[in-house]
Design a binder for this molecule. Structure first.
Ligand SMILES: Nc1ncnc2c1ncn2[C@@H]1O[C@H](COP(=O)(O)OP(=O)(O)OP(=O)(O)O)[C@@H](O)[C@H]1O
Ligand SMILES: [Mg+2]
Length: 238
């Protein structure tokens, strides 16, 4: 898999659901390892919601979030993928569903959250797409209504995976991390800068996030295989 440079426009191509299409691929195994690592990172306080974020755009958040959501569902865990990127959402393209309802509407409208959720082709996986793009994403994500929504969803799902916009661009991920038990930072090792990663980590820490790991995405060259390579490790400054 070659990771193309993204242009700045809307990228409507579905993200690769490798874990569903090629369950025996190296990348799929890495997603399952990440699932296990996330479980073990929450021994005292079980991790039941994870935010996937990155310093800058295009690191692979939406790809990793979608694959992780499928990996949890494949393990028989009732999972919800929430598209928390209210600016450039993509989960509806990946799962090829409508984006008419979703998170923005669930926050604004006083309707039962399940009405804003879409079933997917995967048994245990539901999707809350981003919904219509609002003029004030940060305000919505910081609202009491968002907090109440996430509490209601936590009762209905065993695992909630949240996709998000890049940290250094907008404040949304700092707001979203308050709704997640753990945060995983995705970094594109070929194209992302180490200092940006550390800046992202600082922003998350200031917001009180529980950073549980980093996914090093796009390591194909070093693997020599025709696969992406993912794993999680702690963020350190040394
Ligand atoms: N490991 C990988 N191998 C190949 N292609 C990849 C890999 N990871 C991501 N991509 C591709 O790179 C592009 C960007 O990935 P993705 O949309 O998941 O990133 P993102 O962090 O969600 O971006 P944004 O910040 O714009 O939301 C997509 O076209 C995706 O299919
Ligand atoms: Mg994305």
């Amino acid at each position: 898999m070659n990771k193309k440079k993204m242009n700045k426009g809307e990228d409507t191509t579905p993200r690769n659901m490798v874990v569903a299409k090629h369950p025996h691929a190296t990348a799929s195994e890495q997603f399952r390892i990440l699932r296990t690592n996330i479980t073990y990172s929450g021994v005292d306080h079980p991790i039941r919601s994870v935010l996937f974020t990155s310093a800058i755009s295009g690191a692979g958040k939406s790809t990793v979030a979608a694959n992780m959501a499928i990996a949890y569902a494949q393990a028989g865990i009732k999972t919800l993928l929430v598209d928390g990127d209210l600016r450039r959402p993509t989960t509806h393209y990946t799962f090829e569903v409508s984006n008419r309802k979703g998170l923005s509407k669930a926050i604004i409208n006083d309707v039962p959250p399940e009405e804003m959720v879409t079933k997917t082709e995967f048994d245990k996986l539901d999707l809350m797409t981003a919904g219509p793009i609002p003029p004030n994403p940060s305000e919505l994500l910081a609202s009491k209504s968002m907090e109440a929504l996430m509490k209601a969803l936590a009762i209905q799902y065993e695992m909630i995976i949240i996709d998000s916009p890049p940290l250094l661009a907008v404040t949304d991920s700092q707001l979203l991390c308050k709704q997640a038990d753990g945060v995983v930072i995705i970094t594109d090792v070929e194209n992302n800068d180490r200092n940006e990663l550390l800046d992202a980590k600082d922003l998350l820490e200031k917001a009180g996030a529980n950073i549980i790991g980093v996914v090093l995405n796009n390591r194909e060259e070093r693997r020599g295989a025709n696969e992406a390579y993912y794993y999680a490790e702690p963020v350190t400054e040394s």
